[in-house]
Design a protein around this ligand. Structure first.
Ligand SMILES: *Cc1c(COP(=O)(O)O)cnc(C)c1O
Length: 402
């Protein structure tokens, strides 16, 4: 017997696996269609496919069946009309900026945004002539003064931010953007599509580095933008012009990874919560940044906005500043030292040497990145093994200090 409940009312853990109702009989795993071009029985049929825009398939750069299968699955998870996949998170972001903002127009973004985002926005200001204001995620009352009706087209935010886990009220950011005639875009990479529904909270567009929790295995590079079909039309046009489209093998791998996203994210989030709590009680740790901790200033907002926990990312400060944080990273045996986040393996990174390496100590302090900050992206290992590894590395620096 078939379950006749509408797909949209089934749980997310089911929808990541089954997507929208499949035709029967059909392949259980989506076929990889490796063709670059598609033939038609008549000119009229070809024109029909061309007219379908982002949903059509007549040439791979414009869109292809394996890509569409994955985009449909993503849009269903996000409960929105459309999704567009890109060959990296940066390709997704830059396509969004290029499509929505013209020379002479204005963008407001967070000073705490991902480093690559800030670089892209500054590059656009220098080369393409849009103007840019960066606001502090911790000072929401200061945001309105930077927005100008008729000029500001886009407010671009992240929540929680990386690496200091500031939590923003997405609904409040949306109301502010809309009051000034601008759109709100949210980089929802850190919480993942399972952990936060930015569109439901008021965003016009949501984007992901699919390299992180969507791919989840540190083995593919991709990005995504989601929203209404009309909002995505101009972004699709930019993707077709610049050509940053995942090929069929990558599109298939993204869809394959989506099926385990719910359980991966749930487990990683619960590991992050446990590590944050245990680190909070450790003598060598002076401060822990994690929205799942009750005393985190954004805890109540995060509770309202996030689901299945508070994300895989946490940071902490250690006694002894930068030298101690460097010794910890060198002392870890199981937790790997690498950039990136949202994978099945727990990774550690020092923001001072990755995302914020071009800044002086003083500039880092102003950007809210304290000396000795260690960032962890929790994976899905047994949490006791992760904790033992952290404990032994913290003991090493403790012994050295004494
Ligand atoms: C990694 C990341 C990006 C960039 O994505 P790529 O897939 O590396 O191009 C953008 N935003 C955030 C928050 C990220 O973590």
């Amino acid at each position: 017997m078939s379950d006749s409940r509408p797909m949209a009312r089934r749980g997310l853990g089911t929808r990541v696996i089954h997507g929208v109702a499949a035709e029967r009989p059909s392949a259980v795993s989506t076929p990889i269609v490796h063709s670059v071009t598609f033939s038609f029985g008549s000119l009229a049929e070809m024109q029909e496919a061309q007219k379908r825009g982002a949903a059509g398939a007549f040439y791979q750069r414009v869109g292809h069946p394996t890509l569409h299968a994955c985009e449909k699955r993503l849009a269903d998870i996000e409960e929105t009309e459309s999704a567009l996949l890109f060959s990296s998170g940066m390709a997704a972001l830059t396509s969004l900026f290029l499509a929505l903002v013209r020379s002479g127009e204005h963008i407001v973004a967070l000073a705490q945004c991902y480093g690559g985002t800030l670089e892209a926005l500054q590059w656009g200001a220098d080369h393409l002539g849009w103007s840019l204001d960066l606001v502090d995620a911790r000072e929401p009352r200061s945001w309105a003064a930077t927005m100008h009706r008729g000029k500001t087209k886009l407010f671009h935010i992240e929540s929680p931010t990386n690496p200091t886990l500031c939590v923003l009220d997405i609904g409040e950011a949306a109301r502010l953007a809309h009051a000034h005639g601008a759109l709100l875009s949210v980089d929802n990479t850190v919480p993942s599509p399972i952990g936060q529904h930015a569109l439901r909270l008021g965003a016009d567009l949501v984007m992901y580095s699919a390299t992180k929790s969507i791919g989840g295995h540190s083995d593919l590079l991709a990005g995504a933008v989601l929203g209404s079909s009309s909002a995505l039309e101009s972004i699709w046009q930019v993707r077709s012009i610049f050509g940053a489209v995942p090929d069929p093998a990558v599109a298939w791998l993204i869809e394959r990874s989506l099926k385990t996203m719910a359980i991966r994210v749930e487990r990683a989030n619960s590991n992050a919560q446990e590590l944050a709590q245990r680190l909070s009680g450790h003598a060598e740790v002076t401060r822990v940044y994690y929205p799942g901790l009750e005393r985190h200033p954004g805890h109540e907002t995060a509770r309202r906005q996030m689901s299945l926990g508070f994300g895989p990312l946490l940071s902490f400060e250690v006694r002894g500043g930068d030298p101690a944080s460097e010794a910890i990273v060198d002392g870890l045996r199981l937790i790997r030292h690498a950039a990136s986040l949202g994978g099945v393996e727990t990774l550690v990174a020092l923001p001072a040497h990755t995302s914020h390496r071009h800044l002086s100590l003083e500039e880092r302090r102003r950007a809210g990145i304290p000396a000795g900050l260690v960032r962890i992206s929790a994976g899905i290992e047994d949490v006791e093994d992760l904790w033992s590894d952290l404990e032994q590395a913290l003991a090493l620096v403790g012994a050295e200090r004494r």
